[in-house]
Ligand binder design. Sequence first.
Ligand code: PXP
Length: 243
Amino acid sequence: MPKLGVNIDHVATIREARKVREPDPIAAATICELAGAHGITVHLREDRRHMQERDVRLLRQTVTTHLNLEMAATPEMLQFAIDVLPDMVTLVPEKREELTTEGGLDVVARSEDITKVVSSLRKHDVAVSLFIDPDLHQIKAAVRTGASFIELHTGSYASAYDFGEGNEWEEELVKLDNMAQVAQRSGLLVNAGHGLNYRNVGPVAEIKGLWELNIGHAIVGRAVLVGFDRAVRDMLDLLREKR
Ligand code: PXP
């Protein structure tokens, strides 16, 4: 079964709606870990719309499983990551106006600056993952940067599954599966995420060799209703069924 990384950004979204202290994502991370999550993921965005630097620094001290920091490949963020030293950095594209990360990183077009960021982080023993679309050119370019992981963008699959027509989702799944196998044969470890939820996660969890799924909105959404402990355990049960 793939590991489960829980993205807790939207706990901070609720807090920032009022610019107060609660709910605290640090507490949420601890509950996720106690419920069996294999890792905690946070995205420190340039506009600081949810996670704040304080959150990432505290999580570095409190997370006992695996801390994955999603960030843009900018000099400012690189400096921050080297200061905090998360277990992993996932490089993502970032646009101020987007509601959530839209496409994958264009590693082909930005290979030079991405390679520099990857090598600086690796010198500090931080594993690096590149969030990319399931596309052969992007995978080949990712290998050349020296990153050890990629995270395949599952957004198109998820929206086809939830809202698409006919067997569109199966075509997206085949694409993810093929690219996951190509990437593994090229020596990359493969994560996946974006838009995954309790309905659509099953077929992705069955893709051979996936290391970790990063899931945020669906788990936080369920946690609002039933609590984080139950929300994480429900997701882990679904992943175990696909073992
Ligand atoms: N992976 C990456 C790289 C992301 O940017 C996000 C969203 O922050 C996720 C996974 C989780 O997506 P979702 O919140 O739709 O589960």
